[in-house]
Design a protein around this ligand. Sequence first.
Ligand code: SAH
Ligand code: SF4
Length: 403
Amino acid sequence: MTSTAELRESSAPLEKIPLESYVPPAKPSLLGLSRTELAARLGDIGVPPRQQKMRVQQLWHWIYFRGARSFEEMTSVSKDTRAALAEHFTVDRPEVVAEQISNDGTRKWLLRLPSGDTLQKAHEVECVYIPETDRGTLCVSSQVGCTLNCAFCHTGTQRLVRNLTAGEIIGQVMVARDRLNDWADRETPHGNRLVTNIVMMGMGEPLYNFDAVRDALLIASDNEGIGISRRRITLSTSGVVPNILRAGEEIGVMLAISLHAVRDELRNELVPLNRKYPIAELLQACRDYPGASNARRITFEYVMLKGVNDSLDDARLLVKLLKGIPAKINLIPFNPWPGSAYECSDWEQIEKFSEYIFNAGYSSPVRTPRGRDILAACGQLKSETEKLSAREREALRAMAMTD
Ligand code: SAH
Ligand code: SF4
């Protein structure tokens, strides 16, 4: 059982590190590679093929089960191999440059990543840990910013976007385990964990970064490493229909759909991707989602916007639309952010809406906003990566035009 009070003492508190001091890594990190890719890297540094499988097993165990932060710690690996690995690679995670702890125990980490271009020194993303009585959920980002511009989402206002690599995605889980001292120790290898669940609900649209998200989630759910069951991993999408089926087939995690409106006209406005993949197509993809069943329901997320989508008519239509889909509905009170154009529905209205859905036979929990005081709640994440100078903005624009 996990609770705020039981949070293990973590590493020393972090003050935000200034961007000027950022030094991009000199060597590549092995995080995010599959076993086959790891074997190839070992081959590159001269490990003979007959040894590769065993060495990969060892590395996997040290990196993903024990959470080793250097090759030196990997005492079961031969000294020569450790030295060769350290010469060419690291097991570094994204750099944690700030940590904020909410008065409800929620923790938000700001991570700095190499930008890979000359216009900006670094990119930043956030990831959030939410402790509850029976679980600890890590909300993970898939992109820097998001291209989709949903009207109520802070992340969508961030202009600069890049996909995270698989290493940067799994790196968020590893950073959380580092900061929470949540790695397996020798005495209690399967002991209580603080991070028990993962939700791909941070910054970005995970199905627009499919391969990296898939590779990272396959590592997260691998039993010989991080070992978080696929039933405890939820991928949330605003509705990238062609990749929904792929997510079921290639990743096999739980699915959440950011529905938010029951009529195309309104959904076009709130979730502009709806113009490409309208509600009927989206729901068909849900009906076809492999593995969905009454025991493995699809979650429909519905942000409660006052006077916009919160009438009982909306609730009625919602129930009608979801007929035949093994579904649960998650009502999310709108979390405001500086400059947002919406208001959260009144509590009474949220309760009425929830009651209607419940009476129609659906589980309809209202998501308690967590970490609002540190802007860590749903839709509040946004890094400052976009703050470019006028000259840099101009250069980016010119680059985009030539794409
Ligand atoms: N891009 C993905 C996952 C990230 S958003 C998606 O859209 O599903 C995670 C959830 O938070 C989504 O359901 C999103 O619609 C919701 N959300 C975004 N902004 C919000 C806000 N200001 N208040 C409450 N929920 C919000
Ligand atoms: Fe992107 Fe999701 Fe925010 Fe929409 S709600 S802008 S898809 S992160």
